[in-house]
Design a binder for this molecule. Structure first.
Ligand code: IPD
Ligand code: CA
Ligand code: CA
Ligand code: CA
Length: 273
């Protein structure tokens, strides 16, 4: 079986396992803070996928949010970057609006991305250079938009501190409207399918964006950090993904004027090359 088909197959299997167990009691623990939750299903889903990949491809490398591949420091070989449940808070509180996200890279090159909206049974997928799909339907290339006619996705938490307000509130004011979905992977899928025109966030990990970057770029989205720099798949970063014209407008008119502040944030929080 082709690797791309295998990716989709194990993600479907992991998703149906989550659906089957949805009514069983959850074991919920906290991670870095009281609102950073992890459940037994996050861990079980990562383990299930890990075991399936290792059985089929023992030479592959796996980085997962719940602990796999912490020692991996290079993108050499075939590297899977997995978020077993992206949107754990939605999973716990809503039992919907969460996704499984997978990006696969071969010697550092994008190979394929898969984002599975488990409860809607909707699979977003793309093999680099071969188009993106929503289930079996090809996703159309993105159409340019202007901020004043665009819906942007941004978590309101990014407006709660003064230094953030200075950077982001003008974007929210100028946009047609703003949304917050609580799953970075679904945000990428929504940009890719034109449901929102941009997704802007100040901190994501590779497992949040690895699958989404491949799918979004395949339909012409521009994906960078907020300094307009390329993303590194081994490190956390800020994110801006949008159709080409909107990415340019937001970067040049709203982020670049704050480049000194953004540079400080990036120096403090993120690995810079
Ligand atoms: C989180 C979600 C959320 C984003 C957070 C992520 P998780 O992932 O993608 O939308 O705002 O930064 O950590 O922990 O639910 O997999
Ligand atoms: Ca998490
Ligand atoms: Ca995540
Ligand atoms: Ca997760």
């Amino acid at each position: 079986m082709e690797l791309f088909e295998f990716m989709k197959q194990i993600v479907y299997q992991a998703g149906s396992n989550i659906r089957e167990q949805l009514n069983k009691p959850l074991l919920i623990e906290t991670k870095s803070n009281p609102n950073d939750l992890v459940t037994n299903m996050d861990k079980e889903t990562e383990q299930l996928m890990y075991d399936a990949i290792m059985e089929a491809y023992p030479e592959h490398h796996i980085i997962g949010e719940e602990g796999s591949g912490r020692d991996i420091t290079s993108m050499e070989g075939t590297v899977w970057i997995i978020d077993p449940i992206d949107g754990t808070l939605n999973f716990v509180h809503q039992q919907e609006n969460f996704a499984i996200s997978v990006g696969v890279f071969v010697d550092g090159k994008k190979y394929a991305g898969v984002i599975y909206d488990v409860m809607r049974d909707t699979m977003y997928s793309a093999r680099a250079g071969h188009g993106a799909y929503k289930n079996e339907e090809p996703i159309a290339p993105l159409v340019d938009s202007e901020l004043r006619q665009s819906i942007i996705s941004m978590n309101p938490n990014w407006l709660t501190k003064d230094y953030m307000k200075d950077i982001y509130s003008d974007i929210v004011i100028k946009a047609r409207s703003a949304r917050s979905y609580g799953s970075a992977a679904l945000d990428f899928a929504y940009v890719a399918t034109g449901k929102v025109d941009a997704y802007i966030t100040l901190r994501l990990h590779p497992w949040d964006f690895a699958g989404g970057v491949i799918i979004a770029e395949e339909v012409g989205a521009v994906v960078t950090n907020q300094m307009n720099e390329p993303l590194d798949m081994l490190y956390a970063n800020s994110i801006m993904v949008a159709n080409k014209a909107l990415h340019e407008e937001i970067y040049t008119q709203y982020l670049k004027p704050h480049s000194a502040a953004l540079d400080n944030i990036h120096q403090e929080r993120f690995h810079r090359r």
